[in-house]
Design a protein around this ligand. Structure first.
Ligand code: PFF
Length: 454
């Protein structure tokens, strides 16, 4: 960490920080603040949190490290990178399809991520105009329901969210966003702490804390296990080659493991803080933990409507949420853009515009699934739910499984040992986790959770 002292906000990043900031910007987003709290509530609280933490520690972190390692070794974008590595290790050329799956997954995720980012933007406006003042849980629930029921408003915000995402993607100004991530993350952290502090003043903090950290395993279903695993991939942005792409820009000397652990720690802390900010408000107002995707929009505004300086704090909160979503949304389309530029010779502008238009169009189906099409279900899920489920809970863990297999079964031991630069003991821990624990965990969860045998 000694080098951090020499870096000014305006100056050059040492490359270690460039990776950390890009990866943290991609990792911390709606997944931490919007999704984690509501899926925790849908899956009964504490036991789900334990499962999620176990997945992060035993499955996602080792795979995060493996993914960075593959990227740094290949020094190429995922599709090409996997082809190069497969050749180097005499593995089947078909490994390049792993890169492909990531390209598709990123595109699909962006289509609905932009819709939810739009919700955050819409709530900046509501917070700023003092709309939450004095409203109780029931009133805020109806405010959210009315918002969700209006496809034109959702479409407007979705379009705006996609537009600002594309602006950055097309210009390729990631460097600027990294500089801004360094301010964004601490700001998000501080505002969450402030809200946790507010939670303490409600007199329901202890209840919320024990809801989150006292596991009651009887509340878990087979589906909860799949959701916890999928979320550990979604929240860290792994399993789709993005982290591989970022890893490919990492210099030789930097410790992959240390940087990975830093990103994982930051991401997990933000998610847990979001839970600790939201749940005291849920319990203090007798709300439903299983409210679903509207949870954060129905709960925190109660706090903003009551606390001193609530207009300011509420506006800041939703603005920061929008910005965190933004640094994630621009990253998830990156593998697809890089691929079209490399393979098809498209310009960044052309790739960005077409992909953005495509994801925007597809996003309209998610917009409609919250209103006109909310009765239209496949496998018991609306379009949005099905897309979210397939990408986060199937495609990303499947990508992660293949990454783990490639890194520890296909790649020679010496290669990964040299690339990671760990002590023999730490290397053995990583290897055991990535070679056995993570793949087995993913396979067992898939077989059991998705009912593949029954
Ligand atoms: N990790 C982001 C979040 O938690 O909001 C979501 C995400 C970003 C997923 C980038 C995938 C990705 F490539």
């Amino acid at each position: 960490m000694s080098q951090t002292k020499r870096i000014s906000i305006h100056g050059q990043w040492s490359s270690r920080w460039a990776f950390i900031l890009a990866a943290t910007g991609a990792a911390v987003g709606l997944g931490n603040i919007w999704k984690f709290p509501y899926i925790m509530g849908q899956n009964g609280g504490g036991a789900f949190v334990m499962l999620y933490l176990a997945c992060i520690l035993l499955v996602a972190t080792p795979i995060f490290i493996a993914e960075v390692m593959l990227g740094r070794r290949a020094r190429r974008s995922p599709v090409q990178g996997m082809a190069v590595l497969a050749e180097e290790e005499s593995a089947a050329p078909a490994w390049k399809y792993l890169g492909w799956m990531g390209v598709v997954a990123g595109f699909l995720i962006l289509s609905y991520y932009s819709v939810i980012m739009g919700w955050a933007m819409a709530y900046v406006e509501r917070a700023m105009t003092g709309s939450f003042h004095g409203l109780d849980g029931a009133a805020l629930k109806s405010m959210f329901e009315a918002f969700k029921a209006d496809p034109m408003e959702l479409l407007f915000w979705h379009s705006l969210a996609m537009l600002i995402t594309m602006l950055v993607v097309v210009r390729g100004v990631r460097a600027g966003l990294e500089a801004f991530t360094v301010l964004l993350m601490p700001a998000l952290f501080v505002i969450l702490l402030l809200l946790v502090g507010y939670g303490m003043s409600t007199g329901h903090f202890v209840e919320a804390f024990s809801y989150m950290f006292t596991p009651d395993f009887s509340k878990l279903t087979a589906n909860s296990v799949v959701v916890a695993l999928g979320h550990s991939f979604f929240t860290l942005s792994i399993g789709m080659g993005l982290i591989m792409a970022y890893g490919s820009y990492m210099p030789e000397k930097v410790s992959i493991t240390q940087t990975a652990l830093f990103v994982v720690a930051a991401d997990t802390t933000i998610a847990l803080l979001a839970g600790l900010a939201i749940y005291p408000v849920v319990f203090a107002n007798g709300l439903e933990p299983a409210a679903g995707p509207g949870l954060v929009f129905q709960t925190l505004p109660i706090a903003f409507g009551q606390m001193p300086l609530g207009v300011l704090v509420g506006t800041l909160f939703f603005a920061l949420l929008t910005l965190a979503a933004w640094t994630s949304s621009i990253s998830m389309i990156e593998p697809a853009v890089a691929h079209l530029v490399e393979k098809r010779g498209w310009t960044r502008v052309k790739a960005g515009i077409w992909l953005g238009l495509g994801a925007w169009l597809l996003g309209i189906a998610s917009v409609l699934s919250f209103n006109y099409w909310n009765e239209f279900k496949m496998f018991g899920k609306t379009f949005f739910e099905l897309l979210d489920f397939t990408t986060s809970n199937i495609m990303l863990p499947l990508g992660g499984l293949l990454i783990a297999i490639f890194a520890t079964w296909m790649m020679r031991r010496e290669t990964s040992f040299a690339e990671l630069g760990l002590s023999p003991r730490m290397y053995a821990v990583w290897r055991a986790l990535t070679r056995y624990v993570a793949p087995l965990g993913i396979v067992i969860i898939f077989v059991y959770g998705l009912g593949l045998l029954g």
